[in-house]
Design a protein around this ligand. Structure first.
Ligand code: IMP
Ligand code: MG
Length: 200
């Protein structure tokens, strides 16, 4: 049976390497799916190299920062070769007046972090406030060690000092979407990483 869809997703490849997801507006194709997958695999190689020397008393707790990190975590997982348990966190930032570290929790980890080696994986490092606050949370919960990985890092100045151990790709300081990253809730399924051309 054919299911009817309320809207169509049309990826129109243009000769200038610009694709137009019709529901988001014009976008420039920054990285292809193959390029993102290669970057994620290289991150996995680097993570494996560091983690094979660890002898944690319990499996590493890999914390997927929902929602955007689902794709990078899904692609990393089969390439990681050490014992781990998968858990997730979901936070959102308060409004524009938010001071650093102030997060609204939607999902807290179910695993006990006390004494655990934690690998935090997020989709993007922008200002760095989210990742910094999550690191502080892991410290407060008594994690033995905290490692951080992001699929993409924005090239921009930062006011917060945040430790990032593994970075897949760097993107310009514009709003990007695809491979888990959303623009107004859409575009997480875009096959690659795109920058919105009409970013207002
Ligand atoms: P922060 O500014 O580093 O705290 O980033 C906060 C969160 O905003 C990230 O985890 C992303 O979910 C989201 N975010 C920041 N920049 C972008 C972007 O360019 N595209 C999509 N999501 C973004
Ligand atoms: Mg996020």
């Amino acid at each position: 049976m054919l299911l009817s869809r309320p809207w169509t997703t049309t990826w129109l490849p243009l000769p200038t390497d610009i694709m137009t997801p019709t529901h988001l507006g014009p976008a420039e194709h920054l990285f292809s799916a193959e390029e993102v997958e290669t970057a994620i695999q290289q991150m996995a190689v680097a993570i494996n190299k560091d983690f094979e020397h660890l002898t944690p008393r319990r499996p590493v707790v890999l914390l997927c920062v929902l929602t955007g990190a689902v794709v990078v975590v899904g692609q990393l997982l089969p390439h990681l070769h050490f014992p781990l348990v998968l858990d997730c966190v979901q936070v959102s930032r308060y409004g524009a007046e938010t001071s650093g570290g102030s997060l609204q929790w939607r999902t807290r980890p179910k695993e006990t972090l006390a004494g655990a080696v934690v690998l935090l994986v997020d989709d993007i490092l922008d200002e760095g406030i989210t990742l910094q606050a999550l690191q502080e949370y892991c410290v407060a919960e008594g994690a033995a060690a905290i490692h951080t990985a992001v699929m993409v890092r924005k090239k921009r100045p930062r006011t917060v000092e945040v430790q990032v151990d593994y970075v897949g790709l760097e993107v310009p300081d514009h709003f990007v979407f695809g491979y888990g990253l959303d623009a107004r809730g859409l575009g997480r399924n875009a096959p690659g990483i795109f920058v919105l051309l009409e970013d207002d």
